[in-house]
Design a protein around this ligand. Structure first.
Ligand code: CO
Length: 282
Protein backbone atom coordinates (compact mmCIF):
# COMPACT_ATOMS: atom_id res chain seq x y z
CA UNK A 1 0.00 0.00 0.00
CA UNK A 2 2.03 2.97 -1.21
CA UNK A 3 2.10 6.00 1.04
CA UNK A 4 0.74 4.03 3.99
CA UNK A 5 3.92 2.83 5.62
CA UNK A 6 5.33 5.79 7.48
CA UNK A 7 7.59 4.44 10.21
CA UNK A 8 6.71 5.39 13.78
CA UNK A 9 9.83 6.42 15.72
CA UNK A 10 10.40 6.07 19.45
CA UNK A 11 10.23 9.55 21.01
CA UNK A 12 10.52 8.60 24.66
CA UNK A 13 11.45 5.53 26.72
CA UNK A 14 10.13 5.33 30.28
CA UNK A 15 11.15 2.89 33.00
CA UNK A 16 8.51 1.95 35.55
CA UNK A 17 8.54 3.02 39.20
CA UNK A 18 8.13 0.37 41.92
CA UNK A 19 5.19 1.18 44.20
CA UNK A 20 2.18 -0.48 45.83
CA UNK A 21 -1.58 -0.04 45.56
CA UNK A 22 -4.76 -1.68 46.83
CA UNK A 23 -4.00 -3.52 50.10
CA UNK A 24 -0.25 -3.64 49.64
CA UNK A 25 0.04 -5.19 46.17
CA UNK A 26 3.55 -4.59 44.88
CA UNK A 27 3.54 -3.27 41.34
CA UNK A 28 5.47 -1.28 38.78
CA UNK A 29 3.73 1.86 37.53
CA UNK A 30 4.77 2.91 34.05
CA UNK A 31 2.12 5.47 33.04
CA UNK A 32 0.89 7.79 35.79
CA UNK A 33 4.36 8.57 37.16
CA UNK A 34 6.17 11.95 37.23
CA UNK A 35 8.15 11.02 34.10
CA UNK A 36 4.96 10.14 32.22
CA UNK A 37 1.80 11.47 33.87
CA UNK A 38 -0.34 10.38 30.94
CA UNK A 39 -0.28 9.74 27.23
CA UNK A 40 -3.71 10.79 25.95
CA UNK A 41 -5.99 8.77 26.22
CA UNK A 42 -3.89 6.51 28.51
CA UNK A 43 -3.97 7.56 32.16
CA UNK A 44 -2.19 4.71 33.95
CA UNK A 45 -0.38 1.44 33.30
CA UNK A 46 0.53 -0.91 36.15
CA UNK A 47 2.35 -4.20 35.90
CA UNK A 48 2.11 -6.66 38.77
CA UNK A 49 4.38 -9.67 38.75
CA UNK A 50 5.33 -11.63 41.85
CA UNK A 51 5.60 -15.20 43.11
CA UNK A 52 5.71 -13.99 46.74
CA UNK A 53 2.17 -14.17 48.20
CA UNK A 54 3.00 -11.34 50.65
CA UNK A 55 3.29 -9.04 47.65
CA UNK A 56 -0.19 -9.73 46.25
CA UNK A 57 -2.37 -11.54 48.82
CA UNK A 58 -4.02 -8.29 50.03
CA UNK A 59 -5.50 -7.72 46.56
CA UNK A 60 -7.61 -4.71 45.68
CA UNK A 61 -10.50 -4.49 48.19
CA UNK A 62 -13.66 -2.50 47.30
CA UNK A 63 -12.94 0.96 45.83
CA UNK A 64 -14.77 3.33 43.45
CA UNK A 65 -14.06 4.62 39.93
CA UNK A 66 -15.70 7.28 37.80
CA UNK A 67 -15.05 8.86 34.40
CA UNK A 68 -12.86 6.33 32.58
CA UNK A 69 -12.25 2.64 31.84
CA UNK A 70 -10.08 0.08 33.62
CA UNK A 71 -8.65 -2.87 31.71
CA UNK A 72 -7.17 -5.81 33.62
CA UNK A 73 -5.25 -8.43 31.64
CA UNK A 74 -4.01 -11.51 33.48
CA UNK A 75 -0.87 -13.31 32.29
CA UNK A 76 -0.59 -15.75 35.20
CA UNK A 77 -2.72 -16.50 38.25
CA UNK A 78 -6.39 -15.92 39.09
CA UNK A 79 -8.39 -13.08 40.58
CA UNK A 80 -12.00 -12.87 41.62
CA UNK A 81 -13.80 -9.62 40.85
CA UNK A 82 -17.05 -8.28 42.21
CA UNK A 83 -18.84 -4.95 41.83
CA UNK A 84 -21.69 -2.79 43.07
CA UNK A 85 -23.86 -3.71 40.06
CA UNK A 86 -23.87 -7.37 41.12
CA UNK A 87 -21.35 -8.60 38.58
CA UNK A 88 -19.01 -11.32 39.78
CA UNK A 89 -16.49 -13.45 37.98
CA UNK A 90 -13.12 -15.12 37.88
CA UNK A 91 -10.35 -13.50 35.91
CA UNK A 92 -8.17 -16.34 34.64
CA UNK A 93 -4.71 -16.44 33.14
CA UNK A 94 -5.08 -15.04 29.60
CA UNK A 95 -8.44 -13.40 30.39
CA UNK A 96 -9.43 -9.74 30.33
CA UNK A 97 -11.84 -7.60 32.30
CA UNK A 98 -12.72 -4.42 30.43
CA UNK A 99 -14.72 -2.17 32.74
CA UNK A 100 -16.26 1.11 31.64
CA UNK A 101 -16.75 2.78 35.02
CA UNK A 102 -18.78 5.67 33.56
CA UNK A 103 -20.78 7.50 36.27
CA UNK A 104 -19.58 5.18 39.00
CA UNK A 105 -18.74 1.67 40.09
CA UNK A 106 -17.39 0.18 43.29
CA UNK A 107 -15.41 -2.95 42.61
CA UNK A 108 -12.86 -5.33 44.12
CA UNK A 109 -10.24 -7.63 42.65
CA UNK A 110 -8.93 -10.29 45.03
CA UNK A 111 -6.40 -13.10 44.42
CA UNK A 112 -7.82 -16.62 44.12
CA UNK A 113 -4.51 -18.21 45.03
CA UNK A 114 -2.29 -18.36 48.09
CA UNK A 115 0.94 -19.26 46.32
CA UNK A 116 2.54 -19.22 42.91
CA UNK A 117 3.04 -16.52 40.31
CA UNK A 118 0.57 -13.69 39.84
CA UNK A 119 1.26 -11.54 36.82
CA UNK A 120 -0.78 -9.10 34.79
CA UNK A 121 -1.50 -5.52 33.82
CA UNK A 122 -3.96 -2.78 34.55
CA UNK A 123 -4.52 0.03 32.08
CA UNK A 124 -6.69 3.12 32.61
CA UNK A 125 -8.21 4.53 29.44
CA UNK A 126 -9.87 7.93 29.51
CA UNK A 127 -13.40 8.79 28.34
CA UNK A 128 -14.44 12.07 26.70
CA UNK A 129 -16.61 14.52 28.64
CA UNK A 130 -19.84 13.32 27.00
CA UNK A 131 -19.19 9.69 28.02
CA UNK A 132 -17.82 10.15 31.54
CA UNK A 133 -21.25 9.75 33.17
CA UNK A 134 -22.45 6.87 30.96
CA UNK A 135 -23.95 3.69 32.40
CA UNK A 136 -21.23 1.36 33.74
CA UNK A 137 -20.46 -1.59 31.49
CA UNK A 138 -18.41 -4.77 31.71
CA UNK A 139 -16.88 -6.90 29.04
CA UNK A 140 -15.50 -10.08 30.58
CA UNK A 141 -13.32 -11.93 28.14
CA UNK A 142 -12.43 -15.57 28.77
CA UNK A 143 -8.93 -16.75 27.74
CA UNK A 144 -10.29 -18.87 24.87
CA UNK A 145 -12.11 -15.84 23.42
CA UNK A 146 -8.81 -14.08 22.73
CA UNK A 147 -7.68 -15.07 19.22
CA UNK A 148 -4.04 -15.46 18.25
CA UNK A 149 -2.63 -14.71 14.82
CA UNK A 150 0.81 -15.30 13.30
CA UNK A 151 1.99 -12.06 11.69
CA UNK A 152 5.31 -13.32 10.31
CA UNK A 153 7.64 -16.27 11.04
CA UNK A 154 8.18 -16.49 14.83
CA UNK A 155 5.82 -13.58 15.55
CA UNK A 156 2.47 -14.23 17.26
CA UNK A 157 -0.10 -11.73 18.48
CA UNK A 158 -3.00 -12.22 20.88
CA UNK A 159 -5.74 -9.80 19.85
CA UNK A 160 -7.67 -8.39 22.81
CA UNK A 161 -9.02 -5.30 21.05
CA UNK A 162 -8.61 -4.04 17.49
CA UNK A 163 -7.93 -5.93 14.29
CA UNK A 164 -4.65 -7.22 12.92
CA UNK A 165 -3.64 -9.88 10.39
CA UNK A 166 -7.34 -10.38 9.58
CA UNK A 167 -8.16 -11.24 13.21
CA UNK A 168 -10.59 -9.18 15.30
CA UNK A 169 -10.38 -8.89 19.09
CA UNK A 170 -13.40 -9.61 21.33
CA UNK A 171 -13.58 -6.16 22.97
CA UNK A 172 -16.01 -3.99 21.01
CA UNK A 173 -17.80 -0.65 21.19
CA UNK A 174 -15.21 1.29 23.19
CA UNK A 175 -15.22 5.05 22.56
CA UNK A 176 -11.50 5.58 21.84
CA UNK A 177 -11.44 2.63 19.37
CA UNK A 178 -8.58 0.92 21.24
CA UNK A 179 -6.20 -1.70 19.95
CA UNK A 180 -4.66 -3.96 22.61
CA UNK A 181 -2.22 -6.64 21.50
CA UNK A 182 0.02 -9.10 23.35
CA UNK A 183 3.02 -9.64 21.09
CA UNK A 184 5.28 -12.72 21.44
CA UNK A 185 8.42 -12.94 19.30
CA UNK A 186 10.94 -15.75 18.87
CA UNK A 187 14.62 -14.81 19.05
CA UNK A 188 15.80 -13.44 15.69
CA UNK A 189 12.29 -12.70 14.41
CA UNK A 190 11.10 -9.32 13.15
CA UNK A 191 7.88 -7.61 12.11
CA UNK A 192 6.56 -4.38 10.64
CA UNK A 193 3.74 -3.91 13.11
CA UNK A 194 0.86 -1.83 11.69
CA UNK A 195 -0.83 0.82 13.89
CA UNK A 196 -3.46 3.28 12.64
CA UNK A 197 -1.91 6.70 12.05
CA UNK A 198 -4.74 8.42 13.96
CA UNK A 199 -3.90 6.82 17.28
CA UNK A 200 -1.60 7.36 20.26
CA UNK A 201 0.53 4.26 20.68
CA UNK A 202 2.94 2.68 23.13
CA UNK A 203 4.86 -0.56 23.35
CA UNK A 204 5.70 -2.03 26.77
CA UNK A 205 8.31 -4.81 26.90
CA UNK A 206 7.53 -7.25 29.71
CA UNK A 207 9.89 -10.08 28.86
CA UNK A 208 13.30 -9.95 27.16
CA UNK A 209 14.22 -6.91 25.11
CA UNK A 210 13.25 -5.59 21.68
CA UNK A 211 14.68 -3.26 19.06
CA UNK A 212 11.85 -0.83 18.41
CA UNK A 213 12.41 1.37 15.37
CA UNK A 214 16.14 0.85 15.89
CA UNK A 215 16.11 1.66 19.63
CA UNK A 216 16.77 -1.01 22.28
CA UNK A 217 13.88 -1.25 24.76
CA UNK A 218 14.61 -3.43 27.81
CA UNK A 219 12.25 -5.47 29.96
CA UNK A 220 10.11 -3.19 32.12
CA UNK A 221 10.45 -0.21 29.79
CA UNK A 222 7.77 1.51 27.73
CA UNK A 223 8.40 3.12 24.34
CA UNK A 224 6.15 5.98 23.25
CA UNK A 225 5.77 5.95 19.49
CA UNK A 226 5.54 9.02 17.27
CA UNK A 227 3.34 9.51 14.24
CA UNK A 228 3.20 6.96 11.45
CA UNK A 229 1.42 3.81 10.34
CA UNK A 230 3.74 1.02 11.44
CA UNK A 231 6.65 0.24 13.69
CA UNK A 232 9.63 -2.03 13.01
CA UNK A 233 10.17 -4.49 15.89
CA UNK A 234 13.11 -6.92 16.06
CA UNK A 235 13.78 -9.59 18.72
CA UNK A 236 17.52 -9.25 18.30
CA UNK A 237 18.68 -10.66 21.65
CA UNK A 238 16.31 -13.62 22.06
CA UNK A 239 12.63 -14.29 22.63
CA UNK A 240 10.59 -11.35 23.95
CA UNK A 241 7.07 -10.27 24.81
CA UNK A 242 5.41 -6.87 24.75
CA UNK A 243 2.05 -5.16 24.94
CA UNK A 244 1.26 -2.92 21.98
CA UNK A 245 -1.61 -0.56 22.76
CA UNK A 246 -3.13 2.22 20.65
CA UNK A 247 -6.23 4.43 20.90
CA UNK A 248 -7.62 7.72 19.58
CA UNK A 249 -6.55 10.68 21.76
CA UNK A 250 -9.33 12.77 23.38
CA UNK A 251 -7.70 16.20 23.68
CA UNK A 252 -9.72 17.50 26.67
CA UNK A 253 -8.59 18.91 30.05
CA UNK A 254 -7.92 16.22 32.67
CA UNK A 255 -8.63 16.53 36.41
CA UNK A 256 -7.52 13.58 38.55
CA UNK A 257 -8.50 12.78 42.09
CA UNK A 258 -7.50 9.32 43.33
CA UNK A 259 -9.83 6.82 41.64
CA UNK A 260 -11.75 9.50 39.69
CA UNK A 261 -10.74 11.15 36.40
CA UNK A 262 -12.90 14.03 35.18
CA UNK A 263 -12.44 17.30 33.23
CA UNK A 264 -12.57 19.79 36.13
CA UNK A 265 -11.67 20.02 39.81
CA UNK A 266 -15.35 20.69 40.67
CA UNK A 267 -16.36 17.41 38.97
CA UNK A 268 -13.78 15.58 41.12
CA UNK A 269 -15.23 17.15 44.29
CA UNK A 270 -18.70 16.11 43.10
CA UNK A 271 -17.46 12.54 42.57
CA UNK A 272 -16.20 12.41 46.19
CA UNK A 273 -19.54 13.82 47.45
CA UNK A 274 -21.54 11.32 45.38
CA UNK A 275 -19.37 8.44 46.60
CA UNK A 276 -19.61 9.49 50.25
CA UNK A 277 -23.39 9.89 50.03
CA UNK A 278 -23.78 6.36 48.65
CA UNK A 279 -24.66 7.25 45.05
CA UNK A 280 -22.21 4.64 43.75
CA UNK A 281 -24.09 1.80 45.48
CA UNK A 282 -26.29 1.09 42.49
CO1 CO B 1 -10.17 -0.54 40.37
Amino acid sequence: MPGQNRERKVFKVVRGVDTSDGAGVRLTRVIGVPDLLQHDPFLLLDRFSSDKPDEYIGGFPPHPHRGFETVTYMIAGEMEHEDSAGNRGILKSGGVQWMTAGRGVIHSEMPRQESGLMQGFQLWLNLPKKEKMCEPRYQNIEPDEVPEVQLSPGVKVKVIAGEIGGMKGPVQGVYTDPEYYDLAMDGGSSVDFPVSGLKSCFLFVYQGSLLVSGELVEEGSLALLGEGDQVRVVAEKGPAKALVVAAVPIGEPIARGGPFVMNTREEIMQAYRDYESGKFDL
